[in-house]
Ligand binder design. Structure first.
Ligand SMILES: [Fe+2]
Length: 182
């Protein structure tokens, strides 16, 4: 999957989670459109750092973390509810349920709008099943196993309970994103 398709996949999965949680189709579509922009700040981060095959130094990690703030700034002129959602998603999509255990800015996703965590879990899943210069692509089965292991730490249990069956069973998801025998 190329980067554009990865972002689209994150958008689709966030939309399906929103529908699952009772958002109207219009609101769910808005979340999808906002979610697609979640990593727009990476366009301003050096490829040398983003594609570094080895572990990042603390300074390099600080640069990568900033893609969240840069993204929100880049979208500052995007108006209305879409703009507001897109900026919050950019800024906060790396926050954890349990912020003492991980996440970028020390906020707990339990106190953030739920649609941000839809993007977080979708982003982690799609990143795991995608090839990176520093890692091979994971099987869908292993990626789902990882997501399950993160229940109560990175993600809340309810989010994991909604996400896993969605990937396993939902007919609206293209087969490339789904768990299947390989
Ligand atoms: Fe990100």
């Amino acid at each position: 999957m190329n980067k554009i398709n990865e972002n689209k996949a994150v958008g689709l999965l966030a939309e399906l989670l929103a529908l699952e949680r009772g958002y109207t189709p219009e609101k769910a579509r808005q979340i999808r459109n906002a979610a697609i922009l979640h990593d727009v700040g990476k366009s301003k981060i050096s490829k040398k750092i983003l594609d570094k095959p080895d572990k990042l130094t603390p300074d390099e990690f600080a640069v990568v973390k900033n893609h969240t703030k840069i993204g929100a700034e880049l979208l500052s002129s995007l108006r209305g509810e879409l703009g507001e959602k897109a900026r919050l998603i950019c800024l906060l999509h790396h926050e954890w349920h349990e912020p003492s255990l991980g996440g970028y800015w020390g906020l707990s996703s339990r106190f953030l709008p739920d649609y941000i965590s839809f993007v977080s879990v979708a982003d982690v899943y799609i990143s795991l099943i995608s090839k990176r210069p520093y890692k091979a692509e994971w099987s869908k089965r292993d990626a789902l196993e990882y997501i399950k292991q993160q229940a109560g730490t990175q993600f809340c249990h309810k989010l994991v309970n909604d996400f896993v069956p969605l990937i396993q069973n939902d007919k609206r998801i293209p087969a490339i994103f789904m768990e299947r025998e390989e």
